[in-house]
Design a protein around this ligand. Structure first.
Ligand code: C2E
Ligand code: CA
Ligand code: CA
Ligand code: CA
Length: 276
């Protein structure tokens, strides 16, 4: 307490400066990583929990950073959004994902690929064309592509998002509502938007075998989805017990460490081959 009240201000100012410098450095490195194709796209299987058949896969981006190690998307997606790199990054993930699913199709495996789309990307006026190009260049039929959107992406501009999603859906591409149940207006979105799939957020799945309320909520989400004719996917399934309970409540499509972590394309292919 020697420096009194100024102490906090001094340090927070300094840490802000460091943070800014650090951020500029990171921005430069991210730009280079995108240009040099250093980002990696991993795929996490989404399985039919009864048969463990791999029906879909979610693309999850990684940044192997020489000094900082493997960076997770939560560490650089917000940065990419803020500095205008998200369109480029998103297109890279989209193209890699379409190609991966197309290669599987050529090998005789029909595995839908689910790609996360951030708000900025969705609202970009070139987004539709970017998707069309990625599909065309890869050869992937549109029906094998799923776009995952989160509620935060939408609430500010529901009408515009609705228009874009309608156009995307007319192309035969499926729309998934990610992290379902965590936002403030999940139900409004279901009513207003053309949604095909809901993904039950992993925060509900984690405690569903310990907490009766969470189980009740999950049951309600599953019932809601089924009655609306939607496909319901549970994410963050880590144990056999969670998988079994979800299955008992008619949630057949599941994703999580219990089945597989996100893995490179080649490893996924081996996994699929083994299951045949
Ligand atoms: P998300 O879309 O909700 O993705 C699921 C996250 O849960 C992933 O984290 C995945 O690795 C993790 N996960 C999978 N199974 C389990 C499990 O059993 N237990 C637990 N605890 N976690 C599990 P990740 O890969 O770190 O991605 C974090 C978020 O970053 C994603 O959340 C998504 O919102 C965003 N993201 C990832 N890739 C992209 C991308 O290419 N574009 C955009 N815009 N966002 C992305
Ligand atoms: Ca997702
Ligand atoms: Ca999610
Ligand atoms: Ca999330």
């Amino acid at each position: 307490k020697r420096d009194g009240g100024n102490c906090f201000n001094f340090y927070s100012l300094e840490s802000t400066l460091m943070w800014t410098r650090d951020r500029l450095e990171l921005e430069k490195e991210l730009r280079a990583a995108i240009t040099n194709h250093e980002l990696q796209v991993l795929f996490q299987p989404i399985v039919h929990a009864e048969t463990h058949h791999i029906a879909r896969m979610e693309a999850l981006v990684r940044w192997p950073h020489s000094a900082r190690g493997f960076l997770s998307p939560s560490e650089f997606i917000p940065l990419a959004e803020n500095v205008g790199l998200i369109d480029q990054l998103g297109e890279l993930v989209l193209r890699t994902s379409c190609l991966a699913s197309y290669k599987l199709l050529k090998l005789g495996y029909s595995v839908n690929v689910s790609v996360n789309v951030s708000p900025r990307q969705l609202l970009n006026k070139n987004f539709l064309q970017t998707i069309l190009n990625a599909l065309h260049d890869s050869g992937l039929p549109p029906r094998l592509l799923i776009l995952e959107i989160t509620e935060s992406a939408i609430v500010n501009d529901m009408e515009r998002v609705g228009n874009i999603l309608t156009k995307i859906r007319e192309l035969d591409i499926l729309i998934a509502l990610d992290d379902f149940g965590t936002g403030y207006s999940s139900l409004t979105l279901l009513r207003e938007l053309p949604i095909d799939i809901i993904k039950i957020d992993k925060s509900f799945v984690r405690t569903l075998d310990q907490n009766q309320n969470d189980l009740t909520i999950v049951q309600a989400i599953i019932g809601l989805g089924i009655n609306l004719g939607l496909l319901v996917v549970a994410e963050g399934v880590e144990t056999a017990r969670q998988a079994r309970i979800l299955l008992q409540h008619h949630c057949y499509y599941q994703q999580g460490y219990y089945f597989s972590r996100p893995i490179p394309y080649q490893a996924l292919l081996e996994l699929i081959n083994k299951k045949r």
